[in-house]
Design a protein. Structure first.
Length: 225
């Protein structure tokens, strides 16, 4: 192994300063893997006002104030896995972020840490493509996060990163459906459940995740050195 390769393996950079793989960074990586697992099995109920397509038809009917209130309040059960992934890349950087995701994937191929279980057979699950897509999404996000990041840049990273995960996840889903000769209505329902309104929530909470990750990175800089 050349000295250059060895140096690349043993040292990363943050703002031009070397970050060596230490006990602290390994512990932080393990904690981030645990954070992804926790987010995978965490379901948050989100309620917010919205305007449904049947707004005018509904208001023209004889309805009570209680019915009106609940008709314009949307309740959504959200799993914050994707925002947590981007929180990690904002915290750890591109290389350590990819290392964290690869560790999570490797762990899931032996233990039930994915949403529907785990093991080698999970490679043929419809949703596994979304997990694999974390790697290129982190690569792009980590690259764009280098240097100064303002709000617009964070929004751009959130949109590109989230779109990468969902597009690649859908393509993988279609690939598995083709292998299984699954009916199109089943595939459509899977796509809608995984990448329907979920995309908008992912973008919004990813913005928060990236911002929190950058702030936490500053606080934990001494640990990463």
């Amino acid at each position: 192994m050349s000295k250059r390769v060895a140096k690349q393996i043993n040292s990363f950079k943050y703002k031009g300063e070397p970050i060596k793989i230490t006990l602290g960074t390994l512990i932080l990586t393990a904690l981030c893997i645990l954070l992804i697992i926790m987010a995978t099995f965490t379901q948050v109920t989100i309620k917010h006002p919205y305007l449904p397509l049947d707004t005018f038809t509904f208001l023209s009917q004889d309805v009570t104030e209680y019915e009106i209130l609940h008709h314009f309040i949307k309740s959504y059960k959200y799993i914050p896995q994707i925002p947590v992934v981007f929180f990690i890349v904002a915290l750890m950087g591109r290389k350590f972020g990819i290392l964290t995701i690869l560790g999570y994937i490797a762990l899931g191929l032996f233990f039930p840490v994915f949403a529907l279980g785990g093991g080698i057979r999970y490679l043929f699950e419809y949703g596994f493509g979304y997990i694999l897509a974390f790697v290129p999404a982190i690569f792009f996000a980590g690259t764009l996060l280098k240097g100064k990041t303002d709000f617009l840049r964070i929004c751009l990273i959130s949109i590109i990163g989230t779109a990468t995960i969902h597009v690649l996840g859908i393509l993988y889903m279609l690939f598995i459906a083709t292998l299984r000769h699954a009916p199109m209505d089943l595939v459509t329902s899977w796509i809608f459940s995984q990448s329907g309104i979920q995309v908008l929530y992912d973008i919004f909470f990813t913005i928060l995740g990236i911002y929190l990750g950058r702030q936490t990175r500053k606080l934990l800089w001494i640990v990463m050195c």
